[in-house]
Design a protein around this ligand. Sequence first.
Ligand SMILES: Cc1cc2nc3c(=O)[nH]c(=O)nc-3n(C[C@H](O)[C@H](O)[C@H](O)COP(=O)(O)OP(=O)(O)OC[C@H]3O[C@@H](n4cnc5c(N)ncnc54)[C@H](O)[C@@H]3O)c2cc1C
Length: 377
Amino acid sequence: MTAVQSVLVVGGGAAGCATAILLAEAGVAVDLVEIKPDVATTGSGITLQGNALRALRDLGVLDGVLAHGYAFDVLGLRTPDGSVLAEIPDSRTGGDDLPATVGMPRPQLARLLLDRAVDVGTKVRLATTVTSVSPDGDVAFSDGSSGHYDLVVGADGVRSRVRELAGIPAAVDPVGMGIWRVFTSRPASIERTDLTYGGAAYIAGYCPTGADSIYAYLVEDAQDRTGLSPDEQLATLRDLAGQYGGPWVDIRERMTDAARINYTHFESHVVEAPWHRGRVVIAGDAAHSCPPTLAQGCAQALEDAVLLADELLGADDLETALAAYVDRRLPRARTVVDGSVQLARWLLTHEPPPQAGGTADVPGLMGRTAALLTQRP
Ligand SMILES: Cc1cc2nc3c(=O)[nH]c(=O)nc-3n(C[C@H](O)[C@H](O)[C@H](O)COP(=O)(O)OP(=O)(O)OC[C@H]3O[C@@H](n4cnc5c(N)ncnc54)[C@H](O)[C@@H]3O)c2cc1C
């Protein structure tokens, strides 16, 4: 017996597709609605840590991820002029049989997950959303249709409409940083992520996302960049990138397509328990979000899906399953969000490291987080 026979998933991102895959594979009737006409059209690259890869293996898409992405096991630290400060073996948080990290283009990950959801029987409707959701599982859709489900999963991102319709309170806070991201061709010299803390930006970094591609990012004080035209965005980014040496010289030369640039602000939140109201539950960024300073948001969304499905498939009673889900997920998600925000704050306040009399123990924080994430949730 399972706690649910029919589920509606709202949102076709990582959390939504992963939940749909695991439930549909187990024989649950799953509908998924996604507000966008396609999930795989926009986006830069994404860094998938080992614990994300472990979940992607559970979902049956690891081969596709490894085929399309770029795996590496070492993290580099550089000074702004490009000199290598350190080469650190990255923690294999997914286990020794998985790479420490894989970079890949976001649209490709989105396509892999949605295709897998369809393959295992999920009925997907794109360009569709919910207009009402009741705690009893009654739903009205934007196309005029309606339905009843044993469970509605709000996997519709940080500004979740399902969360709002269910009356689950959330306070999404700005972190105070903005990030420029650009997707370009890969200089042959870039075979891993290198980070530079400091210089003209708080963080300058890049991640290979395939044989031919990388995404690069520069983190600054949050600013209103909406007034800039695409060409002005490109010029601003090139100016900032021009203040870094080493591989950045090559990356900057490849920054020629304004359409491949994205600017967004860092935000964070954690929804307090419970994460459900009646037959409505939230997962992924709808439940918690973090700045990408530990590159864990997608990984945490996938872990939500794995544990939500585990509880739903292992229990007879919905209330018990949903309570167990939040009990298992909330402490770990909170630790990751708090750690990600702490890293950002240390940078914002220029907090010195312990050896200089401060508290900014970045390696310590990263090490503790990696040790936690290495344990299966
Ligand atoms: C700048 C930045 C960089 C990041 N880098 C990384 C990284 O390198 N590694 C990492 O692990 N994480 C990273 N993250 C975090 C990661 O992107 C998110 O945590 C992850 O995408 C969350 O997945 P999700 O499925 O919960 O939400 P989303 O990815 O937001 O997906 C939600 C889906 O729901 C759809 N939707 C929204 N509203 C509705 C509605 N009303 N009806 C139907 N559908 C709806 C959306 O269109 C979307 O497809 C980063 C985040 C930011 C902001």
